[in-house]
Design a binder for this molecule. Structure first.
Ligand code: PLP
Length: 458
């Protein structure tokens, strides 16, 4: 693409396009980057730059870009049946086959799926399902869902309400009632340097799980329907919980008979080296919202995997469930998702993340911990984070006005690497087909971005 066309598109973009999660005015002044094409783990922009996509788009392009098999699956399906719905006792082969495949891959106690168009819609569906479940069980007062601060569960009103992002709650009026938030297991921020200063990760993990029990007692156990959480919090800053956290949470939920909803929108489909993050942490969720990596982002599709306990009640006692989306189980999206899962299986992508790439990234990424700007370098599977600090020993952060994370993100992009910033936490989540050599390249580019950031911050 030539430069005049870049300018023309930027002008039209500025005039007509409101971007998600964007300061509309600031973007208008800067102009957007225009991404033109992509292959493997690289994206290309209209200025002719090739950039290593360290975020797999938005944590979703698990199989990487340019997979002809996925294009063919979409083309064939569009020729045969581009669209039909699953309402009113109809269905089609792609939705049925995808449902079967998902239930094969999921933990044993999950044998049903409800399709949606996105992760946000999946979490809206979760909220309706858990409340319906308890109403059918003659416990209609079990309405409250406990979620975590700084969690991300989507941008619809229910998704935003379940999420724990304060800036989102502050915009757009009241949240959906009956949702409560507890602390997140963010050891670097709160266990090591924050209010729990100096606690070991294990003690801190226990304390965060205790917060769940405290909240249940405060609300009254008979009023709590479910607890929802991501296995590793993604958009909140790639927050990997201490090992003590999930076993302690499981014990609390079992004690009070509360449903467990594990949001697998990021961690599902191989990110942590298992098909689902729940399998990595030996969790037995009642519901699992999914999206993103389900189709490697090639087409929009999501869903809720529903465990037997909830499914049997909804099926046997529920009557009609007044809920669904025009694109629930869209045949073209389902055909692409099915092909995506088949390719991942054939190519052994998930086992490779667990046995080879995850451990390799862990070793190489940890080396960045020696950089003067880095307070902690952590990773699990193919998700990683760097905590930027002004002082390594005290964990003191940079003045917020310096926006060190955004600076590092922009300098990283200039160098040829997409790294995302959440405050002053830098995040990566590359395609699962990345090679060891490309991991080396990613780490080298991240180091250069850190060096440039350090120079700019003086
Ligand atoms: N849940 C989690 C954990 C996510 O990270 C996201 C998106 O980033 C969502 C839900 C929402 O998914 P979508 O953007 O497809 O609506």
């Amino acid at each position: 693409m030539n430069r005049p066309l870049t300018g023309e598109l930027q002008a039209l973009d500025r005039a007509h396009h409101l971007h998600p999660f964007t300061d509309f005015k600031a973007l208008g002044e800067e102009g957007s980057r225009i991404i033109t094409h992509a292959e493997g783990v690289y994206i290309h922009d209209s200025e002719g730059r090739r950039i290593l996509d360290g975020m797999a788009g938005l944590w979703c392009v698990n199989l990487g870009y340019g997979r002809q098999e996925l294009v063919d699956a979409a083309t064939e399906q569009m020729r045969q049946l581009p669209y039909y719905n699953n309402f009113f006792k109809t269905t089609h082969e792609p939705a049925v086959r995808l449902a079967e495949k998902l239930c094969q891959l999921a933990p044993d106690s999950i044998n049903r799926v409800f399709f949606t168009g996105s992760g946000s819609e999946a979490n809206d569906t979760v909220l309706r399902m858990v409340r319906r479940y308890w109403a059918l069980k003659d416990k209609p007062h079990r309405q409250i869902v406990i979620a975590r601060e700084n969690a991300y569960h989507g941008s619809t009103v229910a998704g935003m309400s379940l999420g724990g992002m304060a800036p989102m709650h502050a915009q757009g009026g009241p949240c959906v009632p009956g949702i409560e938030h507890i602390r997140q297991p963010y050891w670097f921020g709160e266990g090591r340097f924050g209010e729990g200063r100096g606690q070991s990760p294990e003690t801190f993990g226990q304390a965060c799980a205790q917060a769940l029990e405290d909240k249940i007692r405060e609300l009254g156990e008979d009023n709590v329907a479910a607890f929802i959480a991501e296995p590793v919090q993604g958009a909140g800053g790639a927050i990997i919980p201490p090992e003590s956290y999930w076993p302690a949470i499981k014990a609390v939920l079992a004690k009070y008979d509360i449903l467990l909803v594990i949001d697998e929108v990021i961690c599902g489909f191989g990110r942590l080296g298992e098909w689902f993050g729940s399998q990595h942490y030996a969790l037995e969720p009642d519901l699992m919202p999914i999206a993103k990596g389900l189709s490697s982002g090639y087409l929009p599709i999501g869903g809720v995997l529903v465990g037997d306990r909830v499914a049997e009640t909804l099926v046997e006692e529920g009557g009609e469930f007044f809920h669904g989306f025009t694109y629930s189980g869209h045949p073209t999206c389902a055909a692409v998702a099915l092909k995506n899962l088949e390719l991942m299986e054939q190519e052994g992508v998930v086992a490779r993340v667990r046995d080879e790439l995850g451990p390799y990234l862990a070793r190489r990424w940890a080396e960045l911990g020696d950089h003067p700007l880095v307070g902690e370098a952590r990773s699990l599977g193919l998700i990683g984070a760097l905590e930027l600090v002004a002082d390594k020993s005290s964990g003191e952060r940079f003045d917020k006005a310096l926006a060190a994370g955004n600076l590092c993100r922009d300098l990283s992009f200039e160098k040829g690497l997409v790294m995302r910033s959440v405050g002053d936490t830098m995040i990566i989540s590359p395609p699962l087909v990345i090679t060891r050599e490309q991991i080396d390249e990613l780490v080298a580019l991240a180091r250069q971005a850190l060096d440039d950031t350090a120079r700019r911050l003086g």
